[in-house]
Design a binder for this molecule. Structure first.
Ligand code: AMP
Ligand code: MG
Length: 421
């Protein structure tokens, strides 16, 4: 191990989490984002590459929001149960057609929810507030104001106003808005492609029975799941040995073919130089961060080969996933064109800690928790166990952080738990 590496991985040489993230995201700022224009029905969870301005008024005609009668509001003023008003019924608005009826003062037309208001009418009186006298005469027992029970032209969204901002992840309701506006093609950011490798002479595919001394590959499938959840595309380059002559060409291929590359393993003493050496040999700027003040996750390596970020995730499955959430996810979000880089990756809920937890100052501790509802509170029970144990993640509903300055958190403290999606 080089002196340099030893210094970096001592407590003193560790980069604080926020600083490491800042170094990473700043270095990605220069990376150009690519976009593509695709059919609306394929855009769920994609990210807008441009702001979208409404090309038309929605609705394009005033529409009724009730079953009733389209009226001139002024004709109903003063109408009550004891002093009803009377209107001539001159016809019915048919659904899906421009109304041809002329509704003069003192007249009205039958209308259903969604029907277009005949010219001149400016309100709809609910069926329940009328009493039909016969086919041609209506008794009105309640007044309506102008604009009542209708949606006006452009009231939903007016032509020329912003519909969606740039860098926005498209949700089902956003697709609905675009459909309502007739926007059938959308320009979205390119989905980043992520290449993943597992390193380690002891790692074998999970489909095999490991001979003595070997273990099944947990990280490839976990990390590819995380990548997919993040909305990126994954290519799995399989398991490679710890030997530089095997590892370097595999890493090189992955870097050439992807926007982001992740390898797991290689964090143990003696192996640390391997990841560093490989990243450094892939060109400038090389290593950005090696070792962060985070537990689990301390030995992470973050590097850059031209515009391609390379992450050396610790081999422990728990550490690998934590590092993914803290560093890889923000990089994927950034390269996906999402805006708001400081946003938390997942929803947060308030909970109360179920027991005391100690923490060493000088590093950020991530504590996995299970949540149970007790009366009105969510109670967070820490999931204890070695940081290498995958069950600690599988059992956890989420996690909370104990910050660098704290020596621990006492039972009953209100905390914010980030949920695993
Ligand atoms: P390393 O970072 O290579 O020193 O690995 C730390 C620990 O994680 C060691 O016990 C490894 O055997 C284990 N490990 C490394 N890669 C994987 C993997 N892909 N799946 C499961 N365990 C792993
Ligand atoms: Mg290893």
């Amino acid at each position: 191990m080089s002196n340099n590496t030893r210094d970096m991985l001592g407590r003193k040489g560790l980069t604080p989490v926020d600083e490491a993230l800042n170094i990473l995201l700043t270095s990605l700022e220069a990376t150009p984002l690519r976009s593509e224009t695709i059919p609306l029905y394929e855009t769920l969870d994609r990210v807008t590459a441009t702001a979208i301005i409404s090309p038309e008024d929605l609705p394009s005609h005033a529409r009724s929001t009730m079953d009733g009668f389209a009226v001139h509001a002024a004709d109903t003023f003063g109408a009550t149960e004891s002093m009803p008003g009377y209107l001539r019924i001159v016809g019915e608005v048919l659904m899906g057609e421009l109304p041809k009826i002329t509704v003069e003062r003192g007249a009205c037309a039958k209308i259903s929810t969604g029907g277009l208001l005949p010219p001149g009418t400016d309100a709809v009186i609910m069926l329940e507030h009328t009493v039909p006298i016969d086919e041609t005469m209506l008794e009105v027992v309640k007044p309506v104001g102008v604009g009542t029970n209708l949606i006006a032209i452009g009231e939903d969204i007016a032509r020329g106003t912003p519909a969606l901002p740039v860098g926005h992840r498209l949700r089902p309701q956003d697709l609905g808005l675009l459909a309502g506006l007739g926007i059938a093609q959308v320009t979205v950011s390119h989905r980043p492609s992520v290449g993943i490798l597992s390193t380690g002479d002891e790692i074998v595919p999970y489909t095999t029975t490991p001979p003595p001394g070997k273990i099944r590959d947990i990280n490839s499938i976990t990390i590819s799941g995380l990548v997919k959840r993040a909305g990126a595309l994954v290519t799995d380059y399989g398991i490679v040995s710890d030997r530089i002559e095997h590892f370097l060409p595999a890493l090189e291929t992955a870097v050439a073919e992807n926007d982001i590359v992740l390898f797991s393993g290689g964090s143990s003493v003696g192996m640390r130089d391997l990841g560093e050496q490989a990243i450094e040999s892939l060109g400038e700027p090389g290593i950005l961060v090696h070792g962060v003040a985070l537990k689990p996750g301390k030995p992470i390596i973050i590097g850059l080969s031209e515009n391609t970020p390379i992450f050396g995730l610790p081999g422990h499955p728990v550490s690998a996933m934590v590092c993914f959430d803290f560093f890889v996810l923000p990089a994927i979000r950034h390269l996906s064109g999402l805006q708001g880089r400081d946003k938390l990756p997942s929803p947060v809920i308030k909970a109360v800690l179920a027991r005391n937890i100690n923490s060493a100052p000088g590093r950020r501790d991530l504590i996995r928790v299970q949540l149970t509802k007790k009366e009105n509170d969510w109670v967070a029970e820490p999931v204890l166990g070695k940081s290498g144990a995958i069950t600690t993640l599988s059992r956890a509903h989420g996690w909370f952080l104990i910050d660098e300055h704290s020596q621990g958190v006492t039972k009953g403290t209100p905390i914010e738990v980030t949920l695993y999606p």
